[in-house]
Design a binder for this molecule. Structure first.
Ligand SMILES: Cc1cc2nc3c(=O)[nH]c(=O)nc-3n(C[C@H](O)[C@H](O)[C@H](O)COP(=O)(O)O)c2cc1C
Length: 218
């Protein structure tokens, strides 16, 4: 039974663009077949703690004497690692908050990016290598080349670094921009560009969900 791990981190429970797009991904995924199941992780409604102990960054065999993380903290980390391990595909809603990702999503990253466990390090185990992950990045402004803001996106590059480069996941990115054009009057001239970005993102999300969904059920 192919399983999707559907993660959201937007603090907007009413009109979030990333939530709309991850939900569209999950809906498209579930329509592929009755076998396609989804596990939901809403990091805003049900946040993880900040990583409570640096020792949790390392697999137990890589910890040095005296590093004894709290048992409850280890259990929390084990739960999120099991969720990731069990997933065939992951979709992550990642809004831009102050040029970065929400702290709730960063807390999840800090729990799952573990040297010697999910990061190939000193063994041949490659637990998440090749696992498809789709990042849905929503942002109020534009960071396209020529916008004057290129280089200020500190959301997608670190997620690609952690999930793709370090953990070896198969990363796809869907970006939707100018979501603030309908809210902030000075951005009103960019509203049509924002709507076009959303339409393109919806199409990309559906295409990606079908593509990775069928790979899981050829
Ligand atoms: C706390 C906060 C910080 C934000 N910081 C930025 C920012 O640095 N750059 C930007 O382009 N938009 C910023 N925005 C706008 C959001 O990126 C935009 O509203 C986006 O659509 C949020 O994703 P969501 O619609 O899924 O909630 C911020 C919004 C909030 C609530």
């Amino acid at each position: 039974m192919p399983q999707l791990l559907h993660i959201d981190s937007s603090a907007d429970l009413h009109a979030s663009t990333s939530r709309e797009l991850t939900a569209l991904f999950a809906q498209t995924w579930s329509e592929i077949s009755d076998d396609h199941t989804t596990v939901r992780l809403d990091l805003h409604r049900d946040p993880l703690p900040h990583l409570p102990d640096a020792a949790l960054h390392y697999a137990p065999r890589l910890r040095v004497p005296g590093e004894l993380p709290d048992a409850d903290a280890q259990a929390v980390q084990a739960r999120v690692l099991e969720q990731l391990d069990a997933a065939d595909v992951v979709v992550i809603g990642a809004p831009m908050y102050n040029w970065s990702i929400p702290s709730t999503l960063k807390a999840w990253i800090d729990h799952v990016h573990v040297l010697g466990t999910t990061v190939p390090f000193d063994t041949v185990d490659l637990p998440v290598v090749g696992k498809p992950v789709v990042i849905v990045s929503s942002r109020g402004n534009t960071y396209q080349p020529g916008s004057g803001n290129e280089g200020d996106d500190h959301t997608v590059p670190p997620l690609v670094q952690v999930l793709g480069v370090s953990m070896g996941m198969d990363v796809s990115v869907v970006t939707v921009e100018l979501t603030l054009a309908d809210r902030l009057p000075p951005m009103a001239p960019l509203a049509a560009q924002g709507r076009a970005s959303l339409a393109a993102a919806r199409a990309s999300v559906v295409e990606l969900a079908r593509k990775v969904g069928r790979q899981e059920n050829p």
